[in-house]
Design a binder for this molecule. Sequence first.
Ligand SMILES: Cc1cc2nc3c(=O)[nH]c(=O)nc-3n(C[C@H](O)[C@H](O)[C@H](O)COP(=O)(O)OP(=O)(O)OC[C@H]3O[C@@H](n4cnc5c(N)ncnc54)[C@H](O)[C@@H]3O)c2cc1C
Length: 387
Amino acid sequence: MEQLKVIVVGAGMGGLTTALALRQAGFTVEVYDRVPELRPAGAGVSLWSNGVKVLNRLGLGPRIAAAGGQMQRVSYRASDGRVLCDFSLEPLIERVGQRPYPVARTDLQQLLLDAVGAEHVTLRANCVHVEQDAASATAVFEDGRRATGDLVVAADGTHSVLRGSVLGRLATRRYAGYVNWNGLVPQDPELGPATTWAIYVGQHQRASLMPVGGGRFYFFFDVPLAAGLSWNPGDTRAELARHFAGWALPIQRLIQRIDPHTTNRIEIHDVDPLERLVNGRVALLGDAAHTTTPDLGQGGCQAMEDAWVLANTLLTTNIGVEDALGRYEAARLPRTTEVVQRARARADMTHGIDPAKTRAWYEELEREDGSRILQAIGNTILAGPLG
Ligand SMILES: Cc1cc2nc3c(=O)[nH]c(=O)nc-3n(C[C@H](O)[C@H](O)[C@H](O)COP(=O)(O)OP(=O)(O)OC[C@H]3O[C@@H](n4cnc5c(N)ncnc54)[C@H](O)[C@@H]3O)c2cc1C
């Protein structure tokens, strides 16, 4: 189809990648976000090769390679630091044809915003609902403004207000049973090698250090906890020191080095896979369409795949907007449903929902030479739209 005008609500990873893909397809795109300043939630993100391939296809290959960390090995360790398994990522890269890039979220967002062009993004625009008729769709904002196009892409994240317009019902977020702390620290050999993703596991908890660009580690801690507990950023170090008492020296050092005021604390949620992603001229995309636990590191990568598929169905078919969006839904629903379900199963296994399964996983890691883990990651990547 030619000369479409697309309204994108949300300027996160999903909305900006969509805007870029649609602009490159020759469409007119307007992006709206409710925040006064774009600041991504969270510190880092691992862009697996399926996400990187979308960015490569959109011409951002050299920039994402420059922003990404050089992750060459994966090292699973017990809480006392003992190596359970340690293996190179090279066989995965050779199989899928592209290196993954862990990146700082601010770097990724800036890179996407520069590519889209900030002049196409309107901030302080809080979308409250969407309307549509036979020929157009309109995003309606809190202050009465309206933006009308041939379609609206709802990329408004996990708390999406537009999801209800597509589903005709509310979708409830489900607490996955654990809390995640994450942030960035300068790399230092005392924390671990600069090219290794180190994951310490024990007591149904995890502590992880992943290299990102700019000489930093993206770290996270996971602890199974009740939802809704009160917390104070100033107590973060003491709280982590309590949860990770007795863990290996690099983890103790990491806890002392984190900046409590820039460390994020997130109760991890997902949403049961939705029954549809599209209603007429309105399409859900990214976390609005499929909120997943981060246990496969695929939420953002799936948003990028969505963006690529959406732009292509609009570009390569000419029956009409609703037909093209139906094709987008048919392509993306099975893929994202499978990712959400698999990530949930992995979250449960990692965090002791069934303690016997978590114990079995720890034992499996001791027998692992990396091949089964790389096989599973490779299968997820190769099932994406760019292979
Ligand atoms: C702890 C953690 C770790 C993760 N790790 C990874 C990883 O390693 N790899 C990976 O691929 N993914 C990861 N993810 C998932 C990834 O962060 C999300 O999938 C991704 O951010 C989704 O992008 P999005 O654009 O759909 O939503 P968001 O990034 O949430 O963006 C939504 C945007 O919409 C705007 N908005 C919301 N409501 C409105 C409204 N009413 N009107 C206008 N604007 C609105 C918001 O301000 C925001 O800018 C992780 C998630 C978490 C929580």
